[in-house]
Design a binder for this molecule. Structure first.
Ligand code: ATP
Ligand code: MG
Length: 352
C-alpha cells in the first residue's frame, strides 16, 4: 500500500545511455523505453524534429534538410547539446506526467570515462529534470544485470560488447578489480565489413547494410553450414558512373572481414586475465566468462573466446538489456545508493 503511494509520488530511473540504444528502467515498472540513440535535427533551424526510433527512420530522408545525429560516440557523449535533448525527451517519456517529485536517476557510464565526461553526463541528466544523479560503471551494472554474484569474495568476468565499446571487467567484492575499455565493438565490426566490401567486391555499402550482413551471416568461428546473403550497393568500377549492383556474400569471407575487430576483443580479454592477481585469475576458470551487449550475439563468439582463453564462456541473460536491468536491480537499494557521496562511481573501488 505504502509502496503504491510512493510510486505515484516519486520514481527512480535507471538509464543505459548507449552508443546505439538507450534503455530506461522505472521503479515499480521495469524497462519502459528501449530506443535507438538517435536525434533528428532540422538543419536550417537547429530544432529537434524527432528522438529515438522516429529519428533513426528519418536517416534516409536527406532531401528534407534533416540531420540525424548519434550524440553518444565510442561510449561517451560527443555532442552535449544534442545528448541533453535526447535524455530530456527519454526521461520525460519514461517518467510520465503524474509524478509530484522529480526522479532520481542512476546512469551507466563506460569505465574509461574521464572527469569531464562524468561532469557532462551529470549536467545533462540534471538539466533533463533529474533531482539527484548517481553514476555506475557500465560493466558493473552489466554484471549485476546478468545475475553475477558481484558482492561475493570470489571473482567473475563480464565482457559487454556494445556498439561503441567493449568493456572487459573482473569483479570481486562489489567492485571492478581490473578491466579494459576498448573501442572495438559492433561499430568497428560494421566498419570492417564496409572496408572489406570495397576492397574485395569493389562495392560501396552503408553502415545499415554492413550491420545487416553482420547480424544475418556474421560469425567469429567456422559455422557448421556456411550462410549466404545477397546485398546491394554501389559499384565502384567506373568512377563518375556508379550504378547499383547486387552481390552474394558468404559467411566465410565475412568471418575473415570481422577477424581484426574480433581478435582485438579476444586480446583485450587475454590482457585483462593477464593483469589479474593469480588467485583471482584461478577463480575465473571455475566461474567462467559471461558475455553481454548486442555484439555478444555474433555467432560463435563464445566458442572462439573459450578456445583462446581456456575459460568456459557463455552468453548472459538478456544480453541487450543487462546494463539497464542491472541499474534496476541496484535501484532496489536506492536509499543506500543515493546516500553515497555525489562523486562516487558505483562499481569503481578507487573513486569511491
Ligand atoms: N545478432 C547480432 N549479432 C551481432 N551483432 C549484433 C546483433 N544484434 C545486435 N548487434 C550489435 O550490437 C550493437 C549494439 O549493442 P548494444 O545495444 O549493447 O550497444 P550500446 O549499449 O548501445 O553501445 P555501448 O555499450 O558501446 O554504448 C550494435 O553494433 C549491433 O549491430
Ligand atoms: Mg552498452
Amino acid at each position: 500500500m505504502f509502496e503504491g503511494i510512493k510510486n505515484l509520488l516519486v520514481n527512480d530511473i535507471g538509464i543505459d545511455l548507449g552508443t546505439m540504444n538507450t534503455l530506461v528502467w522505472v521503479s515499480g515498472q521495469g524497462v519502459v523505453l528501449d530506443e535507438p540513440s538517435y536525434v533528428a535535427i532540422n538543419a536550417d533551424t537547429g530544432k529537434v524534429r524527432a528522438v529515438g526510433s522516429e529519428a533513426k527512420r528519418m536517416m534516409a530522408m536527406t532531401a528534407e534538410r534533416i540531420k540525424v545525429i548519434r550524440p553518444v560516440r565510442d561510449g561517451v557523449i560527443a555532442n552535449a547539446e544534442v545528448s541533453d535533448e535526447m535524455l530530456r525527451s527519454f526521461i520525460r517519456r519514461a517518467s510520465g506526467h503524474y509524478k509530484i517529485m522529480k526522479p532520481r536517476v542512476l546512469i551507466a557510464v563506460p569505465s574509461g570515462i574521464t572527469e569531464v565526461g562524468i561532469r557532462t553526463v551529470k549536467e545533462s541528466a540534471l538539466s533533463a529534470g533529474a533531482r539527484a544523479v548517481r553514476l555506475v560503471e557500465e560493466p558493473f551494472a552489466s554484471a549485476v544485470g546478468a545475475d553475477l554474484p558481484v558482492e561475493e569474495p570470489d571473482s567473475n568476468m563480464i565482457v559487454d560488447i556494445g556498439g561503441g565499446t567493449t568493456e572487459v571487467a573482473v569483479i570481486s567484492l562489489g567492485c571492478i578489480v581490473t578491466g579494459i575499455s576498448d573501442i572495438n565493438g559492433g561499430d568497428a565490426m560494421d566498419d570492417a565489413i564496409i572496408a572489406f566490401m570495397q576492397k574485395e567486391h569493389k562495392l560501396l555499402i552503408g553502415p545499415r547494410t554492413a550491420e545487416q550482413i553482420k547480424i544475418q551471416i556474421g560469425s567469429a568461428y567456422p559455422l557448421p553450414e556456411p550462410l549466404t546473403l545477397e546485398i546491394k550497393g554501389l559499384d565502384m568500377g567506373n568512377a563518375g558512373d556508379r550504378l547499383p549492383r547486387a552481390v552474394t556474400v558468404n559467411s566465410d569471407e565475412i568471418r575473415e572481414a570481422l577477424a581484426t575487430p574480433v581478435n582485438k576483443i579476444v586480446r583485450a580479454i587475454r590482457k585483462t586475465i593477464d593483469s589479474c592477481p593469480p588467485e583471482i585469475a584461478g577463480r575465473l576458470v571455475d566461474n567462467g566468462i559471461t558475455l553481454a551487449g548486442g555484439g555478444s550475439l555474433l555467432r560463435g563468439l563464445s566458442q572462439l573466446i573459450t578456445e583462446n582463453t581456456g575459460i568456459p564462456t557463455r552468453l548472459g541473460k538478456e544480453p541487450l538489456r543487462s546494463v539497464v536491468n542491472g541499474t534496476g536491480k541496484l535501484l532496489q537499494n536506492a536509499r543506500a545508493l543515493f546516500g553515497q557521496p555525489q562523486n562516487s562511481l558505483i562499481g569503481n573501488g578507487n573513486r569511491e
